[in-house]
Design a protein around this ligand. Structure first.
Ligand SMILES: Nc1nc2c(ncn2[C@@H]2O[C@H](COP(=O)(O)OP(=O)(O)OP(=O)(O)O)[C@@H](O)[C@H]2O)c(=O)[nH]1
Ligand SMILES: [Mg+2]
Length: 460
């Protein structure tokens, strides 16, 4: 925050209303990539022969957030871009705001700019407009103008050489200065700088410098080369709030590595896939990739969407396939509504694994949150669940429980790894592709419930 994004966006709307939540007080676990769809503007369209492309402003996370790793920030933005690309949205350009009232070009500012370059790639720099903000903090134009000069010469020069444009965002004039345009008009001029470049490119049929290129580059760097076909992939799945992230943190012995929701929060915390790579150890000969996934039964995505996200993540991360892998499915034992929910998501899984040899052995069902109900009740419910999950168990799925002994998660994952290593290299990736296909079939959910009923033994 602080460079004036909200002010800029509100100015574009020009209706005096506040379109941006200022000072986002949202918990750090929300996705911080917030797109703003700007109103279309006809005033500047005289320069352009066609309808101006709709402009989407992306309020990207954490360029100032020192607690996140660079890699994490890049991954989140890339994730957002990738989803929007699927929706056929075209990124026309990028407006980068810099607070000119900042006394120093700080390490953070440098880091921001580096990140930014890394994210969008050199070829896209011509679609970047570097905009200085907060000139109003100065008495007259001398000091900020000198700073702008310095920025251009020393810090932005690389980008300017690659055709990035520079602009000032001004709210009102300073002493002794007459301003041609300010506020709303000024903001739209800046937007049209982006649009002009975009339209030129379309017309001149210049090589595509669309977001796909950028993302592929980014993914190529930060994802694809990271993984190996020999990695063991363990997906930690379950309904929202089942304790997936806590489980992974326990296993890694890294509290806070995956974001965990506040105890009182009703909102699902993990909305995107995150993972950690664990090097081979005495417990497993191959590397392990442990993956935190969005929860089922969550208010924002259907279970099918969640499966699809997981499956496409696997395909993209392991373009050459992934041999060994499995799923840990966590179930909150303190929930009494088990009978009426939590079935379909497991159902999708089960329907697809029916065809794959040894597939049941790639699933471990684990109960969590025993302390919420006490050991005695826990044992009773576990026994009940075991009879409900008997079918899976007979086919080779393992049933386990996480009784809040901090070493449970480690034990469960280590045992699973060893079992998976013993399985040989049948293709886990293909299996997930089947899940994805299944999830695209319209209306497949009704059949799933029935199937699940057969598998698990029908219940009320
Ligand atoms: N008592 C108890 N609480 C737990 C356990 N595991 C997780 N919790 C709590 O349950 C809440 C949700 O845990 P998370 O690990 O964030 O669960 P999640 O499945 O990752 O949830 P979302 O990503 O938010 O959908 C947090 O408040 C945890 O502290 C457990 O084994 N026992
Ligand atoms: Mg989580």
């Amino acid at each position: 925050m602080g460079a004036g994004k909200s002010t800029f966006i509100n100015c574009l709307f020009g209706d005096g209303l506040d379109h941006v939540e200022v000072g986002h007080s949202l918990t750090s676990c929300t996705i911080n990539v917030t797109p703003f769809i700007l109103p279309s503007d006809n005033r500047n369209s005289k320069n352009l022969n066609s309808e101006p492309p709709r402009v989407i402003m992306l309020d990207t996370p954490g360029f100032d957030d020192t607690t996140e790793s660079d890699e994490e920030i890049l991954r989140r933005i890339a994730g957002w871009l990738k989803t929007s690309y699927r929706k056929k949205m075209v990124l026309a350009g990028i407006i980068y705001l810099h607070d000119i009232s900042q006394d120093r070009f700080t390490g953070t500012a440098r880091r921001n700019l580096n990140l930014f370059n890394q994210l969008y790639g050199e070829a896209s720099l011509e679609k970047v407009v570097l905009v200085s903000t907060k000139w109003e903090g100065f008495h007259d134009i001398q000091a900020p103008a000198a700073r702008e000069r310095e920025l251009k010469d020393k810090h932005w020069n690389f980008m300017i050489e690659k055709r990035s444009q520079v602009a000032r965002f001004r709210l009102h004039s300073l002493e002794g200065e007459t301003l041609e345009k300010k506020g709303n008009e000024n903001a739209w001029d800046i937007v049209s700088l982006v649009r002009q470049r975009h339209v030129l490119e379309e017309k001149g049929k210049a090589p595509k410098k669309s977001p796909i290129y950028i993302q592929q580059k980014l993914f190529g760097k930060s994802m694809n080369t990271k993984f190996q076909t020999s990695d063991i992939v363990i997906l930690v799945t379950g309904s929202a709030g089942a304790g997936r992230s806590t489980f992974i943190n326990d296993f890694l012995g890294k509290p806070g590595r995956m974001k965990v929701g506040e105890p009182y929060s009703l909102t699902t915390c993990t909305t995107q896939i995150d993972y950690e790579i664990v090097n081979p150890s005495s417990q497993h000969k191959n590397r392990l990739v442990i993956v935190d996934t969005p929860g089922f039964d969550n208010e924002n995505k259907s279970d099918f969407q969640v499966w699809q996200e997981i499956a496409s993540w696997i395909q993209e991360s392991f373009p050459h396939g992934v041999g060994r892998g499995g799923i840990i499915y966590l179930h909150d034992i303190s929930l009494v509504q088990y009978r009426s929910m939590g079935n379909t998501n497991l159902g999708v899984l089960i329907e697809s694994i029916g065809k794959t040899e040894g597939a049941y052995r790639r699933i471990v069902l684990t109960t969590t949150k025993w302390s919420k109900i006490g050991a005695q009740e826990g044992i009773k419910r576990q026994a009940e669940l075991e009879s409900q999950w008997n079918q899976l168990n007979t086919h080779g799925s393992k049933l386990d429980s996480l009784r809040e002994n901090s070493s449970d998660a480690k034990r469960i994952v280590d045992e699973f790894c060893r079992a998976l290593e013993g399985e040989g290299g049948s293709n886990f990736g293909d299996w997930l592709k089947d899940v994805q296909k299944l999830s695209q079939k319209p209306g497949s959910s009704s059949g799933l419930k029935g199937l699940l009923g057969t598998l698990l033994g029908s219940r009320a």
